[in-house]
Ligand binder design. Structure first.
Ligand SMILES: Cc1cc2nc3c(=O)[nH]c(=O)nc-3n(C[C@H](O)[C@H](O)[C@H](O)COP(=O)(O)OP(=O)(O)OC[C@H]3O[C@@H](n4cnc5c(N)ncnc54)[C@H](O)[C@@H]3O)c2cc1C
Length: 379
């Protein structure tokens, strides 16, 4: 007898055609698409409603053991969630490239810092702000995706059992962060691309709207970002009493200790990473203590926790990149303009994005109980 809910699910392969005993292709199985979805984006990837066994009954082949379907699904889950996080990053990168191209071509207004009217809009500080905001977040997201992809490899391939287990727990912790933070941020970046285009961004002919619509699904499928945040809080942070999350914080602290206060970008990263880590530590302590007695209030802070983890994780990646850029600049290897660009971009992320991480502590500690305070009729 199967347990109720998802724990009773089994996994089946249901082929389009059945196979005859001699191995040749047999009759069509009773499984059909019954309608195509009319989606707001990803039109090149059709989605349909499937009907199984409407007529004579569909034949499915059990994969593995009965009632283990959810367990098997989790085998592909980490890969799939990393893949969707990467999708958020990839669409954001394309949107950024389009925004930069447009900003260099579009002529409008007189730059506030002086110069000719008739200058391209990339000369306006507010347009620069949008572009650097996009660029810096994309570099943080990319670093986090690579780090978590490396954790996936380490969890599968390291020879030492304890090291493999440590990589697996870090992977499990960070997967919901990559999935949700990179798609929330990616979606916001595609919106900024439309803004950089001004009125033309609202016109279909530029194609900017397509990136926005395509990115919209990434925060929903493969588990909505709200569900990712709950996974992070409940299964990844609270369940082990915050142990893995604190290990992550210690890894970040180890990088902070290497940052040079004499290098402005590194000093800024150290300051804001330090504040972010302290706020995250306070959030984790409060959530681990509060969740068992008051899961409602704690869970309302899950999305803010995930955002903090994304900001601090992204800042950590840029700090590591900044250390390497400074090292190469000091020894004269690499391309100076590229390396200086890396440092300025990381510095900007620290000042304008990472600096917001501590502000997410209040929504967690103060906001949660309020979310649950209104009764249904008050909404
Ligand atoms: C284009 C497209 C392609 C898809 N492809 C696939 C596919 O290939 N394979 C597949 O299996 N599925 C696929 N899906 C399904 C997709 O994964 C689900 O739509 C998605 O996980 C959300 O589930 P739902 O639609 O039932 O929304 P619901 O679960 O009803 O969610 C509605 C809202 O409630 C929130 N919510 C629900 N439960 C909780 C909770 N416990 N705690 C906090 N908040 C909660 C959600 O975050 C969301 O904001 C696809 C969907 C789309 C639109």
């Amino acid at each position: 007898m199967a347990q109720p809910g998802t724990r009773g699910l089994s996994l089946f392969i249901v082929p389009k055609f059945l196979i005859n005993p001699d191995g040749s292709l047999g009759r069509r199985n009773d499984v059909r698409p019954v309608s195509l979805e009319h989606k707001i984006g990803i039109h090149a990837s059709p989605t349909c409603v499937m009907a199984f066994g409407e007529d004579e009954g569909a034949i499915g082949y059990l994969v593995g053991e009965e009632n283990c379907g959810i367990e098997y699904m989790f085998v592909m889950m980490n890969n799939a969630r990393l893949g969707v996080g990467l999708q958020g990053l990839a669409i954001a990168e394309r949107a950024y490239q389009q925004a930069v191209g447009f900003a260099k071509e579009r002529v409008q207004g007189r730059p506030v810092q002086g110069g000719n009217s008739g200058a391209a809009i990339i000369n306006h500080p507010d347009v620069r702000r949008m572009l650097l905001s996009m660029k810096s977040q994309i570099e943080a997201m990319r670093g986090l995706c690579y780090e978590v992809a490396a954790d996936l490899d380490r969890a599968n391939r390291l020879e030492d059992d304890a090291e493999r287990a440590a990589a697996q727990s870090m992977l499990d912790l960070m997967i919901p962060v990559v999935k949700a933070w990179c798609t929330d941020t990616g979606l916001a970046i595609t919106s900024t691309n439309i803004q950089v285009h001004g009125g033309m961004g609202f016109m279909e002919e530029t194609g900017a709207g397509q990136y926005y619509r395509d990115a919209r699904i990434t925060t929903i499928y493969e588990g909505t970002n709200g569900v990712q945040a709950m996974d992070l809080l409940g299964r990844k942070v609270v369940r082990d009493g915050g142990e893995t999350a604190r290990r992550f914080l210690n890894d970040v602290r180890a990088t902070v200790s290497k940052l040079d206060p004499q290098v402005p970008a590194q000093a800024s990263l150290a300051k804001h990473l330090g504040a972010g880590v302290a706020a995250l530590e306070a959030a984790i302590t409060w959530l681990v203590k509060t969740f068992p007695a008051d899961p409602g209030s704690a869970s309302a802070g899950a999305a803010a926790l995930l955002e903090m983890m994304g900001l601090v994780g992204g800042g950590w990646m840029l700090a590591r990149g900044g250390l390497e850029a400074s090292r190469q600049l000091a020894n004269g290897s690499g391309e100076a303009a590229f390396l200086e660009g890396k440092l300025t971009t990381a510095h900007y992320f620290a000042e304008t994005h990472l600096s917001r991480a501590p502000a997410l502590l209040d929504p967690i500690i103060g906001g949660g109980a309020l979310v649950m305070a209104l009764d249904e009729a008050q909404f």
